[in-house]
Design a protein around this ligand. Sequence first.
Ligand code: F6P
Length: 622
Amino acid sequence: MASLSGLCSSSPSLKPKHDRVAKLTPSFRKDSPAFSTRSNSNSNSNSKLSVAREVSADLSKTNSVGVLKKAKQGGLEKDPKALWRRYVDWLYQHKELGLYLDVSRVGFSDEFVEEMEPRFQAAFKAMEELEKGAIANPDEGRMVGHYWLRNSKLAPNSFLQIQIEKTLDAVCKFAGDVISGKIKPPSSPEGRFTQILSVGIGGSALGPQLVAEALAPDNPPLKIRFIDNTDPGGIDHQIAQLGPELASTLVIVISKSGGTPETRNGLLEVQKAFREAGLDFSKQGVAITQENSLLDNTARIEGWVARFPMYDWVGGRTSEMSAVGLLPAALQGIDIREMLVGASMMDNATRSTVLRDNPAALLALCWYWACDGVGSKDMVVLPYKDSLLLFSRYLQQLVMESLGKEFDLDGNRVNQGLSVYGNKGSTDQHAYIQQLREGVHNFFVTFIEVLRDRPPGHDWELEPGVTCGDYLFGMLQGTRSALYANDRESITVTVQEVTPRSVGALIALYERAVGLYASLVNINAYHQPGVEAGKKAAGEVLALQKRVLAVLNDASCEQPIEPLTLEEVAERCHSPEDIEMIYKIIEHMAANDRALIAERDCGSPYSLKVFLGECNVDELYD
Ligand SMILES: O=P(O)(O)OC[C@H]1O[C@](O)(CO)[C@@H](O)[C@@H]1O
């Protein structure tokens, strides 16, 4: 069993780097670089390619893009000696963290770097303002403070500083009390919590999932499972897998807003399972959410075991170092203070205003080069380590929800973004690497290399002079070389081991790279207005479904029951224009035995007739 001291071993290095003075909105909106903005000459064009073309046209008016184009035409360096010099020349090393970043296989030229320099200085300035408490998320009028979570002294005022420290202490204490059995479930035969069921979605799930996969010991004090969707089958599966251990399951419901429908549904489903098992949910429930959110109020009123805060100034996708990520990690026996130390050390490194010495800036430089600053190529993330399997999925949200924006900070339509996908090596070599090597050239790769194969003393040679891990190493190096030989660019991030410290550092590295890149292309990385459209549309579908049900109910109450055609249902719903959606609603209800097909089947929409089995008017209008 992990000891408390293991969870919370040391304080993160907390050297104040900036004045703790809140500043107003930074000037980066006005000072944004001219060539990352463009007018809306074709507002109907959403295609990335056409955007890339538009932007290329704009960019070609400037020197740096001229440089970019010229250098790209020249192709990548192939002379081995020159390439070795480039490797050594550009290699970034964080000695203390044991983290290296190799950007030599991305073909940017010295002129390009020079041309980008003023923009990087503007991005560094904007980041400095952000860390001092500027309203860096202008659309939502919020500060952006995830960097303070690992160095609370950087918070812009003492109230926030104390809040961060108190929460961290509370997380450590609660996790210790749960692991030691001081806080225990009321009716479990084991007399202590053995399982965690984490209910949350997006940033309220992806970080905890990454960290569990990467860092949980083989026999954690509490094992973790996730409900991260509103899929009834998936939820049933998780609950069924818990079986009788539901009685010793700590349910952590995570939602910054406290009102995300998928998470609410997960909670209601889990509460139902508790009722059916004769268990009192409130004695096993924990909430992580913003103060006074719906979830917070529910947890308070129902007297759940504990509540931990989410802050207004921490975005979901950058919340891994808040209670969102730290509590589940600590409960699994993961040293969360080490995660914070790793992140804090990386934060220090990525505050450098010297491009070559700043690994996050180097990443942003490579992304800009590889994607022409408009997301014209995808980022394929390939960790050669099973435990980092979920890193690409985690980065997908961090990068795509942050950078995938319709408008820039000046209101120009830009349709920015950077697509991320990946899984792990060498597994993917037997899946899609064929296309990467020889097919459509629409990507660059990020290899994540982990030097240590196994804990010391466990390795053996499965053939003379060669271990299993040597194969993994060979596959990574071979793929990197083979891709480069075919002009496919790659970045390699190397860490010594997958530890709480290195995972914390990796998360911090990418958080900062995304922030800097967002400044380079002049967008707000910290909001997600596009997600609202889908949520709103889903709400409208459910509202229409209620109307369809009411219409079918009315018809089912007539004697004799008169099955209705789709047109009739649509007419009676006063929504003839929604007939296709009504068809999909009926198809779904019929598949789940909630509507009955009287004539034909769903494959014949024109002649389909439908009715409800029973009249449920009272229930519907309740
Ligand atoms: O933590 P919440 O508020 O439930 O939100 C979950 C996720 O939903 C989003 O808002 C997108 O819908 C993400 O940004 C966020 O991480």
